[in-house]
Design a protein around this ligand. Structure first.
Ligand code: COA
Length: 319
């Protein structure tokens, strides 16, 4: 027994910052950003908080699934940085929506949503739960260095949520980690210890070229494995929901995999890279556009800090 997706939702702040606006803050241009990444805007929290957006996504997903917060048996939030070190973001959301169930966070950076699926699958397999809320959300505007043009043009705030119920629509799942705090990392903020040897800026640091290579390789390997483990071929895939880090990464992986580009759901132009929030945003956008029909085969695939990766194949269970 695994799970089926019963409902989706998303929470994205209202303010969409254009590349031209960013060009007034750092030495960059709309032309450079669009050509190198495909990003046109990213949404940034101004009035809203991360919790507001997670709660919005959660409520939409609950409504879509036709259940209430009291029906939930578990809440998992995939995020690399909640509003607090403790309580977890999942616990904060639990209180706001009025749920009574256990709640915790999973940090696998941009692969977090797939990691959370795998954790949820374990709870279903052990018969511990009937309804699970999985949120994927990151608020990177408070973590990136707004003076570093090589990173600040890439990221935004936002995420989404799904309600999972008992079912058999998770057809395969595969997660990996290759510990590496050198090519992509964000240190914690101020160290309060009187014995601290150094203070490190809590911003995102990245070797773009290394991450690019890891991204393409892990997407291709991950999708091949997940599709094979599901007993399917590339021809059986109806949609791919990739992590939205760079349009060129998605296109390079698409060409190697031989799944036609039009099957990839891409929201990077509007939202940029929202880390663990990317895939649930893309899922909800496509669902609300009416793209999916019952029985469609959807592949999720992600990579990110860790370095982590995750891919899975899900059969769409909703009408
Ligand atoms: N605007 C204008 N110029 C910029 C720029 C910006 N925002 N950022 C970098 N440049 C410059 C560089 O300084 C460099 O200039 P130089 O040739 O004079 O030295 C030039 O553009 C090319 O830089 P380069 O790093 O080679 O660009 P790239 O084609 O590799 O694209 C990334 C850079 C970051 C977009 C790309 O490497 C990438 O997407 N990597 C993966 C990142 C990722 O996925 N991160 C998230 C993981 S979850």
């Amino acid at each position: 027994m695994s799970f089926s997706i019963l409902g989706t939702g998303r929470g994205v702040p209202a303010y969409a910052m254009t590349n031209d606006e960013l060009s007034t803050m750092v030495d960059t241009s709309d032309e450079w950003i669009v050509q190198r990444t495909g990003i046109k805007t990213r949404h940034i929290c101004k009035e809203e908080t991360m919790t507001d957006m997670c709660v919005k996504a959660a409520k939409e997903a609950l409504e879509d699934a036709g259940i209430t917060a009291e029906d939930l048996d578990l809440i998992i939030c995939a995020t690399l940085r909640g509003e607090y070190i403790t309580p977890s973001q999942a616990c904060v959301v639990q209180r706001e929506i009025g749920a009574k169930c256990p709640a915790f966070d999973v940090n696998a950076a941009c692969s977090g949503f797939v990691y959370a699926f795998d954790v949820a699958d374990g709870f279903f397999a052990r018969n511990r739960v009937e309804k699970v809320l999985v949120i994927g959300y990151d608020n990177l505007s408070n973590t990136m260095d707004w003076t570093d043009r090589s990173t600040c043009v890439l990221f935004g705030d936002g995420g989404g949520a799904v309600v999972l119920g008992k079912g058999d629509d998770l057809l395969s799942i595969h997660i990996t980690a290759k510990g590496n705090p050198d090519v992509l990392y964000a240190p914690r903020g101020e160290n309060l210890s009187p014995f601290a040897k150094e203070q490190r800026k809590p911003a995102i640091f990245m070797n773009g070229h290394e991450v690019y290579k890891f991204a393409v390789t892990s997407l291709v390997k991950g999708v091949r494995k997940a599709v094979k483990d599901a007993g399917l071929t590339m021809d059986d895939i109806d949609y791919v929901i990739p992590h939205q880090a760079n349009m060129r990464i998605i296109e390079a992986a698409a060409d190697k995999l031989g799944i036609p580009r039009e099957k990839y759901i891409c929201t990077i132009g509007e939202y940029g890279n929202t880390s663990a929030g990317c895939m649930p945003i893309a899922l909800d956008v496509a669902r609300r556009e009416g793209k999916f029909k019952k029985g469609d085969i959807i592949v999720f695939c992600a990579f990110g800090g860790g370095l982590t990766s995750g891919s899975c194949v899900v059969r769409w269970a909703m009408d």
